[in-house]
Design a binder for this molecule. Structure first.
Ligand SMILES: *Cc1c(COP(=O)(O)O)cnc(C)c1O
Length: 391
């Protein structure tokens, strides 16, 4: 079978060969394989120095103090540490948490768990373009609101929330602000020196670093108190125990290093690819770009196809690796809860696909993909019409 054209970069990215090469130097007997916590020999010190180098690389990309970075196994764990950790450590400040209906499952499921622990959750409905309005957050705030959690960039839509405005309002009110930044890091500039955000979660495998690696930014001033969720050994200033995965960390650091001088150039390239893809596809009748009108990252386009069943379309597009909904939700044939959350009908949500482009996507691939989408659409509609006329 031919390898499909990969248009699912929002689900995961391949590891950049430069990142993989760097990681290899921290694995094998001739490499720096020591435990970064070993204080008694050079292999330990070298590993620790590599870990701290990577911490500086991430810190530089988001303009924060390296001491504000906690390494985790991914954004899911970072979201867990932020939400459960902050809720548990600051319970005396209130029991009310605000989030939205279209967050990543990592945030939604943490909030549901916290609900069982006695916290009260307000689930905001986003606007039709996929953004959560600062106004809606303001209206949901209460005296006992402890924490707000919203994503910077939605993983299914690519739409960018106004984190700066919402954060400024929350800072004034003394409410903690957690942001899932998994789809934002490496795609939009993030300056945590400026942004009034208290915690931010990141994932390596969305930015050409390996899976199973992530980080949580935790602000030092004003200081955010967190309760550790994983105990043992006291690594990461007691916030996340467990032997540090040197090769994974170095990989994430290298990926950040690459992005620190290529981010805007890469986004401009992806914007071109997206426009090139959308041109012919949107020219077809009954094709909707979900989240249109809102600012969005360049690499994601979520399209609804009227009168076409998503499953048949996926089948017709076997040559393309795309997704219906997010990777974790697409195992079920339920329409995407994100699309439903922004008011898209069940029928159109069912006939929707997410196309996402990345560093290794070529113009030829995009042209081929657009051609296949247009052809399949016309074919399926023709067939649908024929079938209707025979009944
Ligand atoms: C991918 C993703 C996650 C989960 O990250 P993992 O590193 O796979 O745990 C969380 N939030 C968003 C928005 C994501 O896109």
């Amino acid at each position: 079978m031919n390898t499909p054209i990969y248009l699912d970069y929002a689900a995961t990215t391949p590891v950049d060969p430069r990142v993989a090469e760097r990681m290899m130097q921290y694995l094998t007997p001739d490499g720096v394989f020591g435990n970064p916590a070993s204080r008694t020999h050079a292999l330990g010190w070298q590993a620790e120095s590599a870990v701290e180098g990577a911490r500086r690389q991430l810190a530089q990309l988001i303009n924060c103090d390296p001491r504000e970075i906690v390494w985790t196994s991914g954004a899911t764990e970072a979201d867990n540490l932020a939400l459960k950790g902050a809720a548990m450590a600051n319970r005396d400040r209130g029991q009310h948490i605000i989030t939205s209906k279209i967050e990543h499952k990592a945030v939604i499921d943490c909030c549901k768990w916290l609900e069982q622990q006695g916290f009260e959750i307000t689930w905001l409905t986003p606007m039709a373009d996929g953004r959560v309005s600062p106004q809606a957050v303001a209206e949901a705030l209460r005296e006992d609101t402890l924490l707000v959690s919203l994503m910077a960039v939605n993983n299914e839509l690519g739409v960018i929330n106004d984190i700066a405005t919402i954060g400024a309002m929350l800072r004034e009110r003394g409410v903690l602000f957690h942001v899932d930044g998994a789809q934002a890091l490496g795609k939009i500039p993030l300056d945590l020196g400026e942004m009034p955000v208290d915690m931010m979660a990141f994932s390596g495998h969305k930015l050409y670093a390996p899976k199973g690696m992530g980080a949580l930014y935790v602000r030092r001033s004003p200081e955010v108190k967190l309760e550790a969720q994983i105990h043992g050994g006291g690594h990461e200033r007691g916030l996340r125990s467990g032997t540090l995965a040197t090769h994974q960390i170095v990989g994430l650091g290298e990926a950040c290093q690459i992005l620190s001088h290529t981010l805007s150039e890469e986004q401009a390239f992806l914007q071109q690819l997206r426009d090139r893809f959308l041109g012919p596809v949107l020219a077809e009748p009954g094709v909707h770009l979900h989240g249109a009108g809102a600012p969005s990252v360049a690499g994601i386009a979520n399209l609804g196809f009227e009168g076409v069943d998503g499953e048949s379309l996926m089948l017709a597009l076997r040559g393309l690796a795309v997704s219906s909904g997010s990777a974790c939700a697409s195992a079920s044939l339920e329409p995407s809860f994100v699309l439903k959350g922004i008011g898209v009908s069940d029928v159109l949500a069912q006939g929707s696909l997410r196309f996402s482009f990345g560093r290794f996507t070529t113009r030829e691939q995009v042209d081929q993909a657009a051609g296949q989408v247009v052809e399949s659409l016309q074919h399926l509609r023709q067939r649908g019409k024929l079938r209707r006329s025979t009944v």
